[in-house]
Design a binder for this molecule. Structure first.
Ligand code: SAH
Length: 273
């Protein structure tokens, strides 16, 4: 007997075949591709991913789903399930052991490891999941995720609507919404609509540099109603006039707010602070 879907684990299983095939089509899969999937659930997406790629490694936290997953894929040799919390996993080791080792059997040149992250994820941990994969050495070459529609819109925001979330994604890559998905596509039907986003990483993770960059971004966003200049001065304990001068030197309005700056602006700012 199947277990009831667990709300606490964000379990809303995809039931719409059209949406499923749109995800597969958008993933542009090849027979040499390696895929990491988070939260395979009942294995609907897993099955399609496995059909079109070399190997799928799927991480599922719910132990109650494991027996049915292993049974369903018993004869499918290119699927591997790992019973674990994605946020508690040693990702570099996972990539090393489950992807790189397979790759090196056939080919000597093995770094960087090429893989894609494709998943209909548990929405309650959307930003930690994205950060986990962008803020590490072996980033995926492509990320395709089903997430809550509003969160997708915040991620792809442009100048005027920027937030720490949009910056933390767009700093590392190009982010776009591919299509929106009605909540009726899932069982049980969730409260929110969804969207599939694609992130194409184009900047390597650099621990020291990125830490400095985000320290500045966080300072800029520290108080919602205050200007960027005030926030920077207060959070970084700098002289307000000095901060205003630096903003002016970059042709940024001294009354500008943090959400009005895009990635390029923040980078220019990071260079002089
Ligand atoms: N991809 C499936 C299921 C989506 S529901 C589908 O499209 O139908 C989200 C899935 O993520 C559930 O299977 C849930 O058990 C799993 N999950 C929740 N938290 C997780 C975590 N921290 N690590 C790994 N999987 C998790």
């Amino acid at each position: 007997m199947k277990n009831a879907p667990k709300k606490s684990l964000g379990q809303n299983f995809l039931r719409d075949e059209v949406v499923l095939h749109k995800i597969i089509a958008a993933s542009d899969l090849g027979s040499e591709d390696f895929v990491i999937e988070i939260g395979p659930g009942e294995g609907v997406l897993t099955e399609q991913l496995a059909k079109h790629t070399k190997k799928v490694v799927a991480i599922e936290l719910d132990g109650d789903l494991m027996p049915q997953l292993t049974e369903k894929f018993a004869t499918q040799k290119n699927v591997e399930f790992i019973h674990a919390d994605i946020l508690n996993i040693n990702l570099p080791a996972l990539i090393e052991n489950h992807i790189k080792n397979v790759e090196t059997r056939h080919c000597l040149v093995s770094t960087p490891v090429n893989y894609k992250l494709i998943a209909n994820i548990p929405y309650y941990i959307t930003s930690p999941i994205i950060r986990l994969f962008l803020e590490q050495e072996n980033q995926p070459k492509k990320i395709l995720l089903m997430i809550q529609k509003e969160v997708a819109e915040r991620i792809v925001a442009s100048k005027g609507q920027m937030s720490i979330l949009s910056i933390s994604v767009q700093y590392y890559g190009m982010a776009e919404i591919l299509f929106r998905v009605n909540k009726e596509a899932f069982f049980p039907v969730p409260k929110v609509d969804s969207a599939v986003i694609k992130i194409t990483p184009n900047r390597k993770f650099n621990k020291e540099l990125d830490k400095k960059f985000f320290r500045l971004v966080k300072a800029g966003f520290s108080a919602k109603r205050k200007t960027l200049a005030n926030n920077l001065a207060n959070s970084l304990q700098l002289d307000k006039d000095l901060v205003s001068e630096k903003l002016k030197a970059l042709s940024l309005n001294e009354n500008a707010r943090a959400q009005e700056l895009d990635i390029a602006d923040w980078q220019r700012l990071a260079e002089i602070f």
